[in-house]
Design a protein around this ligand. Structure first.
Ligand SMILES: NC(=O)c1ccc[n+]([C@@H]2O[C@H](COP(=O)([O-])OP(=O)(O)OC[C@H]3O[C@@H](n4cnc5c(N)ncnc54)[C@H](O)[C@@H]3O)[C@@H](O)[C@H]2O)c1
Length: 259
């Protein structure tokens, strides 16, 4: 698809921030936005990675909109303000904020350390709150919409992933508070709960053919999701087609949460 095949023409000329945009879902969000003529500030803790990703998207997706890379540690409140200011300076506006960056640490409940639990919440949960705070300050008066990346781990249980699941449950419920408090300012806030999506975070599904087959048995549609599947849901949620939807978590999992 090229920019001329934009799915949501009303998005043209808007500006967005995407965190964790160096690879995976964040890269797909940035690409989908540019294809729909939305200018993007692409933030990641790995500046080299996100600079190369932005270069690739700009080269491949034409010139109707562009991606500007920036370094952010989403656990830092101040870093979010820097990205919001960058969007306003470069693009003259800020309409959308995609709180996407996240980590997926492994540890059983007996062995999770305070440091690990704190780091997971610092990135996965504080990062969402800080992104919303920076976005709201920049959007003040003009409205906009935010999308937070939760997970089906918010309401399913996978062994050794308690800190991750608990953090994503927090993201899902925080989304409701943000929606209620920011709605009167014309700001919609929704979440996406992906199931197993074929990115580096879910590289474990390719550990062996047996692991892959067994995993697909847990997904009624019998395939992992793609990053583009999730980006499509994000585009819908920020588009005018979702103009009366806020505080909602859209599950994108091929039915996996039921298995
Ligand atoms: N892939 C899946 O199966 C899946 C399923 C459910 C939810 N999710 C969620 O979707 C989001 C993206 O997942 P992904 O699969 O693309 O992950 P990924 O690990 O492939 O990419 C994550 C990106 O975030 C960046 N990042 C990590 N810590 C950061 C920090 N402190 N500040 C800024 N950037 C940071 C990384 O450098 C990387 O570029 C995450 O929130 C994840 O929890 C993914």
């Amino acid at each position: 698809m090229t920019a001329s095949e934009a799915k949501y023409p009303e998005l043209a000329g808007r500006a967005a921030v995407v965190t964790g945009a160096g690879r995976g879902l964040g890269e797909a969000h940035a690409r989908a936005l540019v294809r729909n003529r939305v200018n993007v500030v692409a933030g990641d803790i790995d500046l080299r990675l996100v600079t190369e990703t932005a270069r690739r998207i700009n080269a491949e997706e034409g010139s109707a909109a562009s991606v500007v890379p920036a370094r952010i540690d989403v656990a830092s409140r101040e870093d979010h303000d820097v990205l919001a200011e960058l969007a306003c300076r470069r693009f003259g506006r800020l309409d959308h904020w995609i709180n996407n960056a996240g980590i997926f640490p492994e540890a059983g409940v007996r062995s999770i350390t305070p440091e690990q639990f704190g780091t997971t919440f610092g990135i996965n949960v504080n990062g969402v709150l800080f992104g919303a705070q920076a976005a709201v300050a920049a959007m003040d008066g003009s409205g906009g919409s935010l999308v937070n990346m939760a997970s089906i781990a918010a309401f399913t249980v996978r062994r050794e992933r308690a800190s991750y699941g608990a953090s994503k449950a927090a993201v899902e419920h925080l989304t409701r508070f943000l929606a209620v408090e920011l709605g009167p300012a014309g700001i919609r806030v929704n979440a996406i709960a992906p199931g197993i999506i074929d990115t580096q975070m879910a590289a474990w599904i390719h550990e062996s053919p047996e692991v892959f087959e067994a995993t697909m048995e847990t997904i009624p549609l019998r395939r992992p999701g793609t990053a583009a599947d999730v980006a499509d849901a994000m585009l819908f949620l920020i588009s005018d087609a979702a103009s009366f939807i806020t505080g909602h978590t859209l599950v994108v999992d091929g039915g996996g949460r039921y298995c």
